[in-house]
Design a protein. Sequence first.
Length: 256
Amino acid sequence: MSAETLLSVGIDLGTTTTQLVFSRLTVRNEGSAFSVPNYTVAAREVLRRSAVHFTPLRSERELDAEAIARIVDAMRSGGQDTILITRMSDEAAAAIDPAHPFTYYEMGRIGIVGSLPSPDGSGKVVVATGGTSDMPVAEEAALTAEALGNEVVRLYDVGVAGLHRLLSHLEELMSANVIIAIAGMEGALASVIGGLADCPVIAVPTSIGYGACFHGLSSLLSMLNSCASGVSVVNIDNGFGAGYLASMINHMGAKP
């Protein structure tokens, strides 16, 4: 199943933060087309294949639930199988029509309408975190990858403060097709994994740490300056971006 998305994009500079305003979202799915007009839908990406993703970023939090519910209704009525909603609030999750098959993952703030597809990537995606405080970002990454049809292996709390924890999972690391390394503080986990594994490593700095971490800037700079080859870096706390990129890598070998 393929999804073709046409977006009419404008820029709203009337708020304190710049938002992408999609005045119309049209998805054609197996010959059928439907539109969601006139919603201020701030979105990062529209996922490839059969999943559509959007992120509610409106400052009026009480309006998110209504907007998300209407968008989901329109997409489902148009035949969309899987919808991934990131940074989703509890209030918005409660507003989804019970008639839709829906699961809310509180830790990752992820909502998935529909069922997860069967894995069809060429290998496994490993998601590793330095500590338990990094798990919300990790779950955003892992669930994004799963929604895109990847088998995900979670290795949580395997940071460099106790290196034996990571070394006890060498088999999982060495058999991975791509690894997402998520860490705050000094962000050393990505360099260690990059020096061990022979696959691409996607580093995700998190805003976890004390004063001098500057809300994730220290780990971001450390990861950008990694001397391990094959390490790329996404933005602070950007679990979705890491999961999306990992899925693209994991499906390159699966293309005909």
